[in-house]
Design a protein around this ligand. Structure first.
Ligand code: BG6
Ligand code: MG
Length: 225
């Protein structure tokens, strides 16, 4: 098999933390008197903490200084950490653990590529802190998706060539990051949104090794890889 490592985004692929990000941003926007909807929240998927705040301030038509923004981002994170501290292994998304186990049984490495600085806490709360062979996250990567850094770093830490990596992503910026890295990308979500991914599935419960092998064959026949 060409695939030697699968790199997973965390938020929205392994766990559904988008609702906790939304709850924390909602609390902040209420304090600021900015109207913030679930639809607005979609724009924040895969986007770093500070860039998310910038989008919210743009929605509210506000301009703040850097120290003010840092204070607000810290406040949001305090609330977010309160929520994720209560997460349990029951919040791992359907099929994620099963697919990861199947990959490991077949000697395919599993890595994480996330923008979140809270990755270690989330993994610990859901009991997955010993699952991944390599972790690239907001703590050891500086350039935000769609920059490929988070995925190239994950590949490097896993000891696998770029051409041997397949990325699983739920955010448009994340799909672009994977493609910018020169990797195969499987989108998690809606095909009409994740248009550029090589394949889109609803969740990891729809994934298995056979599907991965078929995708490799299809892309090979189409001359894409
Ligand atoms: C991404 C999420 O995984 O991490 C974003 O999709 C979030 O919504 C980003 O803003 C940064 O997360 P954190 O935990 O460092 O604030
Ligand atoms: Mg995500």
């Amino acid at each position: 098999m060409r695939t030697k490592a699968c790199i997973f985004d965390l938020d929205g692929v392994i766990v559904d933390t988008a609702k906790y990000h939304y709850m924390a941003w909602k609390r902040l926007t209420e304090k600021l008197g900015i109207t913030f909807t679930v639809t607005d929240n979609e724009r924040l998927k895969g986007v770093s903490r500070m860039a998310s705040l910038d989008i919210i301030l743009e929605i509210g038509g506000r301009k703040l200084t850097m120290p003010e923004k840092q204070e607000l981002a810290a406040q949001k994170n305090e609330w977010y950490v309160e929520y994720i501290n209560m997460m349990t292994p029951g919040e791992i998304l359907p099929g994620a653990s099963e697919f990861i186990d199947e990959l490991k049984r077949n000697n395919i490495r599993v890595a994480l590529g996330s923008a979140s600085k809270n990755t270690p806490l989330i993994l610990e709360r859901v009991g997955m802190n010993h699952v991944f062979d390599a972790i690239a996250d907001g703590n050891n990567v500086t350039k935000a998706k769609p920059d490929p850094e988070v995925f190239t770093k994950a590949a490097e830490l896993a000891g696998v060539e770029i051409t041997g990596c397949v990325v699983f992503e739920d955010a448009i910026a994340g799909v672009e990051a994977a493609l910018n890295a020169g990797m195969i990308c499987i989108g998690i979500g809606d095909p009409s949104v994740l248009k550029d991914a090589h394949l889109v599935v609803k969740g990891l419960h729809e994934m298995n090794l056979d599907k991965l092998i078929s995708l490799e064959k299809r892309l090979g026949n189409e001359g894409i890889i």
